[in-house]
Design a protein. Structure first.
Length: 259
């Protein structure tokens, strides 16, 4: 039995297809989100990767910011529920989830049974999100995929004090004008994000095991900076950016089994 989950974010569309509620047999990530053709493209690519047609899917669930914008699915669920489901299924001993997406950052506290107990979210400011990283990558003219490796080469600490993306961008430009090395600026950017997100973590109360999801989790520099800020190790989900879609597909499997 095949089920499908699609996570429609503000900047990215992610789709995962499960076989029997276990193995991911097809997935896709499109770098455009709600209000675009991204969700449909992600579904089509995931189906093609799995060698399936839409009629082969027993049940489908949409989650994320744009979950109500897609009419060709069987149901919708909140991203908080789907992220909790995805992580608790893959990491039964997880107690804290840090999810940093394109437009927001979320921290979720889980019970020993994998149920969401409480959460905090920063969705009012781009600081501490993937959007912040994208702006800085544009200023530095460096691909985001290189940020983690460059961070490791940093040998001199500089800081970005502003929590506003616009002012932080000005600080980065100022550092570059003062001949600060690129890798030192990138390390400062990572610390800035970690400082912002650690504030959410401290308010909700960190408890091991900590699992990080979302696209920003693929930046090892952010992960290392966060580990230093919160004082514990962080496990990066093997399906970090697909976690919401994976959780939605798990819920879809349960729904299909019920019916």
């Amino acid at each position: 039995m095949y089920t499908l989950g699609i996570d429609i974010g503000s900047t990215t569309s992610k789709c995962a297809i499960l076989d029997g509620g276990k193995n991911i047999v097809g997935s896709a990530i499109e770098q455009i989100g709600t209000g675009t053709k991204g969700p449909v493209r992600a579904m089509e690519k995931a189906l093609a990767a799995a060698g399936l047609k839409r009629a082969d899917i027993a049940y489908s669930i949409a989650t994320g910011y744009g979950r109500n914008s897609l009419g060709c699915v069987d149901g919708q669920l909140s991203e908080l529920s789907c992220h909790s489901k995805g992580v608790s299924s893959m990491y039964p001993d997880a107690r804290t989830i840090i999810d940093i997406g394109g437009q927001d950052a979320k921290v979720i506290k889980l019970s020993p049974q994998g149920k969401m107990l409480k959460f905090l979210m920063n969705d009012k400011c781009a600081a501490g999100t993937g959007r912040f990283l994208s702006v800085m990558a544009r200023v530095l003219d460096i691909d985001l995929s290189q940020f983690g490796a460059l961070d490791e080469k940093s040998g001199c600490r500089v800081d970005i004090s502003s929590t506003c993306t616009v002012f932080a961008e000005s600080e980065v430009i100022s550092h570059l004008a003062n001949s600060v090395k690129t890798e030192d600026v990138i390390a400062a950017i990572h610390r800035s994000i970690a400082g912002r997100v650690s504030g959410l973590v401290s308010r909700i109360g960190v408890e091991d095991k900590v699992v990080m999801t979302g696209g920003v989790a693929t930046d090892s520099g952010v992960v290392r900076a966060l580990e230093k800020e919160i004082g514990t190790s962080i496990c990066v989900s093997s399906v970090a950016q697909l976690n919401g879609a994976y959780g939605a597909a798990l819920y879809a499997h349960e729904k299909a089994a019920e019916e």
